[in-house]
Design a binder for this molecule. Structure first.
Ligand code: PHE
Length: 456
């Protein structure tokens, strides 16, 4: 009990929900989800993504909550406590590594968002045309100096908030600003849906054509599900460790997954009608968000004010997601390595800035370091691929195997039901079936399929 008292927790059930949602909702919804859906052919990709959320994402999220709240420790310490002196600890260590690798490119894209906010305030997008929107994005990513400066600004903001701690920092910001983001995306949707030719965009998003689906697309959908729900790398364990004792973790997991998916869908509904209405390429890649949103708002009364609001809230969403990313190494370094929370934060930010610059300078083939490639990928794409498509799913697979085969079921039942206070015997059974058989099997099949050993 002593240990629990010394450690911070979120202050209420509502705070738990918003903080966790604040981790899930981020650039993944507004930037990555639309462009991956665009690149992978629309509806069929979306369907596979939903299945991944349901059969892989939800059970793993619940497992991570369990690991965190049961032990009240950082990702590495939690696994060491659950399974002392075993190799399961490597899940936590991989998680710390994955957090850094994601931050290397995430901080770059967050930098573009901050930069776009600044440009929107200056009025750079007033009356913008499609060509101009494309040219502006090109200029932003090519920099080379300004995107690096903005990336550093992002890291300074994130570390300042993190150094303030769990309650002051993470909780306050997420609780106030998450709901606002919702409202603003809906305004975007209404305008996008009333553009000429909007129906074609909706058709692209919702029409399922399995002919469009490749093995790479399936792996991308799986990776996106992990990335979206912040799974497979200890974020949800670390946040779980700050949950209140009476939190219904089943309901938190379901509510977070649903709301997060809703935000992604709303972002897709804002973007695809616009893409088709202006005759753009849905497979345009990472620039999709940045080229379409200024266009949507250029068509709305008070568009320039709303555009500022949109990028402001996107910046907030990206920032709260980054807080949860960097919290993984910060909690680890401060609890296991005896480094103060402040120093751990500064150390992490410096490391991310140094390596992150490589990502920023290699976004495009024509970028300064764009010619350096590994397996055909520049640093930016490589960091994204290694984390989303390899580290997170492997982390998830190990979590599923540990929970399904190496932890006593009575303990899981006790923790998930808050020691019998919640009646959920049936749900717990469903959870066990998924985590033992369905989740690991799906993960293995997708892996084997993506490396070509299994073909379907
Ligand atoms: N879920 C966040 C997003 O969609 C990204 C993230 C991944 C955050 C992993 C934490 C851990 O933007």
């Amino acid at each position: 009990m002593e240990k629990i008292k010394n450690r911070e927790t979120f202050s209420s059930g509502l705070a738990v929900f918003f903080a966790t949602l604040g981790s899930a909702v981020g650039l993944g919804n507004i930037w990555k989800f639309p462009y991956l859906t665009g690149q992978n052919g629309g509806g069929a990709f979306l369907l596979v993504y939903f299945l991944c959320i349901l059969f892989v994402g939800l059970p793993i999220m619940l497992s991570e909550f369990y690991i965190g709240r049961k032990t009240r420790k950082n990702a590495v310490g939690a696994l060491e406590q659950l399974k002392p002196k075993t190799a399961w600890k490597s899940i936590g260590i991989m998680g710390v590594a994955a957090a850094y690798i994601i931050m290397f490119f995430y901080s770059c894209v967050a930098g573009w968002v901050y930069y776009y906010l600044f440009k929107a305030v200056k009025g750079d997008f007033v009356g913008v045309t499609m060509e101009a929107a494309k040219a502006q994005f090109g200029a932003v990513i090519m920099g080379p100096v300004s995107p690096i400066i903005w990336q550093v600004v992002v890291l300074v903001v994130v570390s300042t908030i993190l150094a303030m701690g769990v309650k002051q920092g993470i909780e306050k910001i997420t609780k106030t600003l998450m709901p606002l983001l919702f409202v603003l995306i809906i305004i975007c949707d209404i305008r996008a849906l009333t553009l000429p030719g909007a129906a074609e965009g909706m058709n692209f998003l919702f029409h399922v054509d399995f002919g469009q689906l490749s093995a790479t697309a399936v792996l991308a959908a799986l990776g996106l599900a992990f990335f979206k729900l912040s799974l497979g790398m200890g974020t949800m364990m670390t946040y779980g460790s700050y949950f209140t004792e009476d939190n219904n973790m089943f309901s938190t997991a379901v509510k977070v997954a649903l709301s997060d998916t809703l935000v992604s869908m709303l972002a897709g509904i804002a973007i695809f009608p616009t893409v088709f209405s202006f005759g753009m390429e849905p497979g345009a890649g990472p620039g999709l968000l940045f080229m379409t949103i200024p266009l949507v708002f250029s068509q709305i009364p008070f568009g320039s004010v709303l555009l500022v609001a949109f990028f402001f809230l996107t910046a907030i969403a990206a920032t709260t997601a980054m807080l949860s990313l960097v919290e993984v190494p910060v909690a680890y370094l401060s609890e296991e390595r005896g480094i103060s929370r402040k120093n751990a934060t500064v150390l992490s930010a410096v490391l991310i800035a140094i390596v992150g610059v490589l990502a920023t300078l290699s976004v495009d083939k024509a970028s300064l370091l764009g010619h350096i490639t590994f397996f055909g990928m520049g640093f930016f794409d490589l960091f994204d691929y290694i984390s989303s498509n390899i580290l997170l799913p492997i982390g998830g697979l190990l979590i599923a195997l540990m929970m399904g085969y190496s932890i006593k079921h009575e303990e899981v039942v006790a923790e998930l039901s808050n020691h019998g206070k919640l009646k959920m015997a049936k749900l717990v059974n469903v959870y066990f079936i998924l985590i033992r058989y369905v989740t690991p099997l799906l993960l293995i099949v997708v892996f084997l399929n993506s490396i070509g050993i299994l073909k379907f």
